[in-house]
Structure formats: C-alpha cells, structure tokens
Design a protein around this ligand. Structure first.
Ligand code: MEZ
Length: 532
C-alpha cells in the first residue's frame, strides 16, 4: 500500500498531464475489442464463481454460487407451524418492499381504488432507489426519441433485453418524468424551466435528467411523502419470508416476520407485488457494494420457491467507479455523472487509458485489466485502483461546476479531507446492480398467477448490461405498471378462501431428492455482518 505522500506524488503526475489529457479524445473500442475484454476481465465470465441449479424452475442454469445457496436454501418457517386460518392483515394488493418500485406501485394501486399495503424489512425508503445518484433517462428532447433510447439500451444490453419490456420502458419514460415532476421532484432545470440533461455511458443523446447527484434520494423523498400523505399502510421492520398461495396455486399473500421480535404474521391479499430490489450485499466474488444494507436478493428467493422463473440471474453489474480510497467509503458509488461532466480515467503513469463513457460492463472490465494484466493500477489499502481526474471537470467547464452539479460527491470525499475540485480520486469497480431477476410479462406478472414483480428484482428489461439512469426509470415505469395491473387484477379476484404453504414442503422434497439443499436459511434478510 502506498503511503499518503506517495499518493500525493502520483496525483501530481495526473495534474501535470491534465491539460494534454483534457483535450485528447480517446477512441471508442470496436465490438471485437469489447467482446475480448469482457470475456477476459469481466467478473460475469469467471466460470468458477457460478453454480448450476439442481432444483426449481431454473434447474440446469448457472447463477452466482452465493445465490444458488440461497435459492436452494432452507425456509425460515416450518409450514405446519404457521396458522393461516386467521390472517393478521387483509388487503387487495400486498407490496413487498418500500423502495421506489414498491412506492410507485402503491401509489398507482391506491389511485385505482384498491386497498394497497406495503411491508418492508427496514423502513420505507431504505432502498437502492435512495442510493442512485446520477439521474434518470427519458427521451423527451427534440433531437431524441424513444426509438433512439431503445437502440442505445438494446445495444448496451448486448441485444438480450426482452423487446416488449424495453419498449415499455422507453415509451413510458417521458410521461414518468412528468409524473415525478408533478409529484414534486426537484429536477435540475434551466432558468426557463427546461430540464437539464446530460450523457451517460452508451447514450447517443443527452437524456439523463437529474437532481444534482442525489437524484434517487430526491425521487424517493417525493414518493415516500406521497405514500404517507395518502395514508397507504406501511408496515416497517417486517420482512416477507414466504409467499402464500391459494388452492389454485395463485399468489394470495405472504408470511411476514417482525424483524425485532421474530413474531410471524400472515398477510392475505388478492394480488402480491414483489419489489425487494437487488443483491449487492451478497458481495459476489468478494466485491464491495454501492447497495443499501438490505440488498440481499430476498425477492428472488420468495419468487423462486413458488415457481416464478428467473431470467439472466447470472449477470451482474459492477459499477466502474466505486470509491477505492479512503477505506471508510470503500465501494461507495462515485456517480457516472462525474465522467458525464468530463472527468477521465487515468492510470498510474498519468495516462488516459480508455474513453470514459463506454458502457458500464466494458468500463469496469477495462479498469480491472489496467490494474491486473497491465499492472498500471495504484496500490491502496484495499487493493488497486485507477484515478478519476475530477479536477478536469472544472478545468473544462469552469470553477464552481463541481459544487453546483455534484455536491454530494464533493461532500462525501470532503469529509475525509479530499477536495475533489483540486485532487483526483481513486476508483475501482463495485457491485452495483443485478441485471437478472424474476421473469415478467409486460403487465408485470411473474410466471405465477397474481404474483407481480417490479424494480431491480426483475430480469430482462435491460438484457445483460444496463445503462446509467435506466434503473431509476424502470423502478418508476414498472413499479407503476405493476401497481395498475395488480389493482385491476385484484378487482376481479375474490378474497382467497383457502391459503396454503404446501409448496414449501414440495420444494424441500425436490431439494433433498436432488441433493441440492444447501441448508442455508433464506431469504437472507440482512448481510452476514449485521449486528445480532
Ligand atoms: O443508474 C444508475 O445506476 C446510476 C444513476 C448510477 C450513477 O452512476 O449515478
């Protein structure tokens, strides 16, 4: 590990070469170069880190080993010990998860006249939505269109997105921005009210709408206020630990667990929406994460146990720029907006080694290559890293740009004595997003009748890689979509008569027969390092 003096010395090289680096236009990689780079350096291609599922609807498919252990894990309940005869809660639409997708679903279900209820294992708003920084995409400028947005996202996702889902995402995007704007989100605007938009990696038009570099927090603040103002019931610190089915195999509620007392509760519902978010806290392949504390893949487990299929569960997003120094913020998100505003990625020699706005998987793999094969990384206490030359932003755009456009970044590093206006920062990929998840149709329903999913828990919207700002967008578009459709379905559904958990025993038998049972309690609910 280099001492601080040595880091300061290396940073001086970056400063010296800044004028030359600022004016150079690094070329984009060819498709062949990208393919080779990904196959050699992207974590998704490390075969030894994956296991093949031996039981369940995705039997025969590979997923990250930690996820396989949870999917083939042990229920937290003994089904015969749960009394399903007198539910503690009765609702039309039960929404599991209190992030952006869950809140959007609840607002739309409420708007449609359904009785909606949110259960969340932490508090409403403790979610990856809150952690998103750089912005939300929507093609609403005269030089842009949803068709161009589609092409950018489809190519960036390696042509693997489900076309009908991606189409819904991009065509509903402009209206989603208007919806948020009307609810009160303080988007960045010019003096005449025009929304300010920037590029993200892989976008051919400037369509990133933002609230400085705390866009997700601003959106979540607004959605949470709306849920609370409408007096939609929110049951905090209460995790869903199993989906309940009715006698016809349709979703009909969930078994809940109070996170403090461990008391079990039963919620009966006509339709259920899983909106539990991502899996960063599983720390696949030992990566740090930009995710919130509760991102432990719970929704994938809940869905899988009742027979909802997963799509692309073997593909994850490693955000290229996680903070690599200082240790206190290791893995925290350094928004892509830093590069949108002009900062370039620099190696130990002070040289720009790639175009800063390649798609995320390519950028992450390129940083990993620079630090490993090429030996051009900077050694920190946590490993190696590359420079992100933040002062280049003001060098190109003028003084005051950083404070105005990315104040949260300035504050995050400022707390540790690093002034990002004057010094470059050290970054390395961090586990950021699960590209895969529950497979849904365009109405938001999983393979299980009356079981919907929305937000990061869904797979297939973005294919095998997601562009910046399309996650906040999918949370809104597919959260609302799930709320609307789950409410409509609930209207035509009777209160479920007989509730069952027999699928848990059936799944356990399959696990035992196939020798797949890992014995791990799942869903995980909190990371293993949680205070007990
Ligand atoms: O979409 C994201 O993941 C996002 C906006 C992240 C960021 O870099 O700010």
């Amino acid at each position: 590990m280099y001492k601080i003096d040595k880091l300061n010395e290396l940073a001086k090289v970056v400063a010296e070469k800044r004028p030359e680096n600022a004016s150079m236009e690094p070329r984009r990689m060819t498709a062949d170069e990208k393919d080779t780079l990904l196959a050699t350096f992207h974590p998704d291609y490390k075969q030894g880190e994956f296991s093949v599922l031996k039981a369940g609807v995705n039997k025969g498919e590979k997923v990250p080993t930690q996820l396989a252990e949870l999917l083939q894990g042990k229920s937290r309940i003994n089904s015969s010990n749960v009394d399903l005869s007198a539910p503690d809660y009765d609702t039309d639409v039960l929404i599991i998860g209190g992030g952006g997708a869950g809140a959007s679903a609840a607002i739309e279900a409420d708007d449609a006249g359904a009785k909606a209820m949110i259960v969340t294992k932490l508090r409403i708003g403790d979610a990856n939505t809150m952690m998103a920084e750089g912005g939300i995409q929507a093609a609403d400028k005269p030089n842009d269109s949803p068709a161009i947005h589609y092409l950018d996202a489809f190519g960036g996702g390696h042509f693997a997105a489900k076309p009908e889902l991606l189409q819904k995402l991009v065509t509903n995007a402009p209206e989603a921005i208007q919806w948020l704007n009307k609810l009160g989100v303080e988007f960045d605007k010019e003096a005449d009210g025009t929304m300010i938009t920037t590029h993200g990696g892989g976008t051919s038009r400037k369509r990133m709408h933002a609230a400085k570099d705390y866009s997700g927090a601003e959106i979540m603040r607004t959605l949470r206020d709306e849920v609370l103002n409408r007096q939609i019931p929110v049951i905090d610190f209460t995790a869903a630990i199993e989906i309940i089915l009715d006698e016809n195999g349709k979703a009909a509620g969930a078994v809940l667990m109070n996170m403090e007392t461990k008391e079990l509760l039963v919620a009966r519902a006509k339709t259920v929406v899983i909106a539990t978010g991502g899996a960063g806290r599983l720390h696949y392949q030992g990566f740090p994460t930009s995710n919130h504390y509760g991102a432990t893949a719970d929704g994938l487990i809940l869905g899988y146990r009742v027979g909802a299929k997963l799509l692309y569960a073997d593909t994850l997003q490693y955000h290229p720029t996680g903070a690599a120094y200082p240790e206190q913020i290791f893995g925290a998100l350094v928004t892509e907006k830093v590069r949108s505003l002009g900062a370039k990625l620099i190696n130990i020699d002070g040289d720009v080694f790639m175009h800063p706005l390649e798609t995320r998987d390519v950028t992450a793999a390129s940083i990993i290559r620079e630090c490993s094969e090429r030996g051009k990384g900077i050694t920190t206490g946590q490993g190696t890293a590359v420079w992100l030359d933040t002062p280049m932003i003001e060098y190109k755009n003028g003084e005051g740009t950083i404070e105005k456009r990315i104040p949260a970044m300035m504050r995050m590093f400022g707390k540790y004595g690093i002034d990002i206006r004057k010094e470059p920062i050290l970054v390395y990929p961090t586990l950021h997003y699960q590209n895969g998840g529950l497979d849904i149709t365009s109405d938001g329903m999983t393979g299980v009748e009356n079981l919907y999913a929305a937000g990061e828990v869904v797979g297939g919207i973005h294919g095998r890689n997601r562009l910046m700002g399309n996650s906040l967008l999918d949370v809104i578009v597919f959260g609302r979509n799930a709320g609307i459709n789950a409410a409509a379905k609930a209207k035509n559904t009777d209160v479920p008569k007989s509730l069952t958990l027999s699928h848990i025993d059936a799944f356990n038998s399959k696990l035992n027969e196939s020798g797949a049972a890992s014995g791990k309690a799942s869903p995980m609910l909190l990371p293993s390092y949680a205070r007990k």
